[in-house]
Design a protein around this ligand. Structure first.
Ligand SMILES: Cc1cc2nc3c(=O)[nH]c(=O)nc-3n(C[C@H](O)[C@H](O)[C@H](O)COP(=O)(O)O)c2cc1C
Length: 179
């Protein structure tokens, strides 16, 4: 029987770029270039071990696989919510509608309890779902790994719902609407 070693994609990351070591990246340039990439905005929510809801504004959301249906969010290692992510088997991604800029601001603010005054319900998996969101995806955590100064959370989508509407966008460090 022949067996072929399948390279771990995390181990076999990238070719050695040391030959071009004069290409160190200026952080401001990196941020400005990335800010030219328009994104939607999500609030990623979960429950802590006591059943309290937590949420954080995230635009590093991406769908990464159809079969199985996988999504990715990237969480800054400095974010307080990360501890809850690490111990939670589930999270929900709430995709914000264009009228929900206030929610984006609230869930990226220093507010003690970001859910005070926020309308939300409980999804099929028990995750907090924000009222009026354009869509939500409830995900089982399948993998987490640190890359640079962030933790990648890969979730398998178990439930999803959407409604018609227009998205809240983020471009060049500012909130935008379509057209
Ligand atoms: C538009 C927008 C997008 C953001 N995207 C992310 C993101 O993808 N990942 C992340 O870790 N933080 C992101 N943040 C920052 C967090 O929302 C912010 O640091 C948050 O207050 C952290 O709170 P915590 O320390 O209570 O977890 C974003 C903020 C804004 C306004």
């Amino acid at each position: 029987m022949s067996s072929k070693a399948v390279p771990d994609p995390l181990v076999s990351a990238a070719p050695d770029a040391s030959a071009n070591s004069d290409t160190s990246m200026d952080e401001r340039l990196f941020r400005r270039a990335c800010a030219r990439f328009a994104t939607g905005i999500t609030v990623v929510t979960l429950l802590d071990s006591q059943g309290h809801p937590h949420g954080v504004t995230v635009n590093s959301f991406a769908s990464v696989s159809l079969e199985p249906p996988l999504v990715l969010v990237s969480i800054d290692l400095r974010n307080a919510i990360l501890g809850h992510f690490i111990s939670s088997a589930w999270f929900a991604v709430n995709i914000l509608a264009e009228h929900q800029e206030d929610l984006s601001r609230r869930f990226s603010s220093a507010a003690e309890d970001r859910f005070v005054g926020v309308e939300w319900t409980t999804g099929s998996t028990g995750m907090p779902i924000l009222a009026g969101a354009l869509a939500h995806l409830e995900c089982a955590v399948t993998r987490t790994f640190e890359v640079g100064d962030h933790t990648m959370m890969i979730g398998e989508v178990r439930y999803a719902e959407y409604r018609e509407g227009r998205p809240l966008l983020f471009f060049e460090s500012g909130y935008r609407n379509l057209g």
